[in-house]
Design a protein around this ligand. Sequence first.
Ligand SMILES: Cc1cc2nc3c(=O)[nH]c(=O)nc-3n(C[C@H](O)[C@H](O)[C@H](O)COP(=O)(O)OP(=O)(O)OC[C@H]3O[C@@H](n4cnc5c(N)ncnc54)[C@H](O)[C@@H]3O)c2cc1C
Length: 453
Amino acid sequence: MLLFFYFCYNKLMKKQVNIIGAGLAGCEAAWQLAKKGISVKLFEMKGIKKNPVQKLNTFAELVCSNSLRSNDNKNAIGTLKEEMMFFDSLIIQSAIKTSIPGGQSLTVDREQFSKCVTETLIKNPLINYYEKEFLDFNDNEVTIIASGPLTSIGLQNKISKLVGKDYFYFFDAVAPIVKFESINMDICFKKNRYDKGESKDYINCPMNEIEYKNFYDELIKAETIDLHLSDETNLKFFEGCMPVEAMAKRGYKTLTYGPLKPAGLRNDDGTNNFAVVQLRQDNAKDSLYNIVGFQTNLKFAEQKRVFRMIPGLENAEFIRYGVMHKNNFINSPILLNSYNQLKSNNNLFFAGQITGVEGYVESASSGLIAAINVYRYINNLDLISFPKTTVMGSLQNYIISTDSDNFQPMKANWGIVEDLKIEQKLKKEQKKELYYNRAIKDLKEFIDKYDLI
Ligand SMILES: Cc1cc2nc3c(=O)[nH]c(=O)nc-3n(C[C@H](O)[C@H](O)[C@H](O)COP(=O)(O)OP(=O)(O)OC[C@H]3O[C@@H](n4cnc5c(N)ncnc54)[C@H](O)[C@@H]3O)c2cc1C
């Protein structure tokens, strides 16, 4: 009799899924599971306690840039978004609905985007939302851990215990946001690089060499916040999100090949600039702008002093200063199989940045893959690995097959997608087109084969 009850309890527990974290990955996973008729318990703690970069009470908060990057499907990130739309991705749909002008990138009003995701999930009768810090795993309950790069300390300790010492710390940085009305438009000009896109979405602050040198000299000696790094095991900066002052210290002209690149941003009279700082629209009202590539660890007073040396920003009003933060991820090559499932406990799945993918869209894609496999797991179907020729599958493959000693988070890019295996020499653009065509064709076949939608 006892055995019978135990059997029934286990079966019942397997038909409902816990999701920890209503971020990009957790929301996508909840949506995908509910779409397939699975009941979800979604746990999110920000209503009780926010992490240092959260501002909103709603789900799927974009804590730094408000861009989901390129829409061009010849870029891996553009293709990734297209792949996810085959599955009706909640994150991509919501981003499209709340998009604001952003040149070739999918840029959103962060508040509207987060609201759109939240409302869709909250009104779904299969999704039950619990405002609490989730701390206790139950071996009998199927759970997706999507607690992100800033997992709460309590849960971090639990996960550390669960996965052992293969748990790493990392750091990332956020760019400052300034008020539009405080930007001097007599000096700055609106223009997209190489005039791409129909509208002019970027504000450009031009610098001559003297202005650049003065700015540079102050930037490299400005005071930074002490991160007490001796407490941490691993400090590495993401190349894509490196603090501007750290990049500057690499060499006098490094910034002019990076975020301050002047190429394609000539003045209206056709003259060139030595360097150009770009600002990108941050909200639908067009009242806020973020300084592109200016993630930073400078003290707030130093940000005000040094960034106001940028021509046009001499009176800039900072709505949010740049900050640097911890970024947690597990050693997936050792811990996970290709279905995002923990090898040592098949009821536990991981999704999002905590698995070692990097970026908003990549995290949502990881949530989508986890959800598809969780659905199959609880219905006793074979678990499936996405084709390595797709961007979704290549990211998945990357996190489980990379050298575990040198494992670092990865963004979507063609470099991790399976090679084309063609002898003939092709131009970069031709190659990208072949990658794209193959990804879409293989994904369609994969979807048909497993009857996924
Ligand atoms: C400071 C910073 C800046 C970043 N900037 C960018 C950027 O500009 N562009 C980009 O593409 N990517 C950026 N990233 C990387 C990353 O892609 C995003 O953080 C992305 O949001 C990750 O998605 P996620 O779903 O894995 O985690 P998140 O979106 O962070 O969601 C995790 C959720 O889990 C919740 N949570 C944590 N612990 C618990 C618990 N114990 N119980 C319940 N809930 C819990 C959190 O409150 C959070 O809402 C940045 C990361 C950081 C840390």
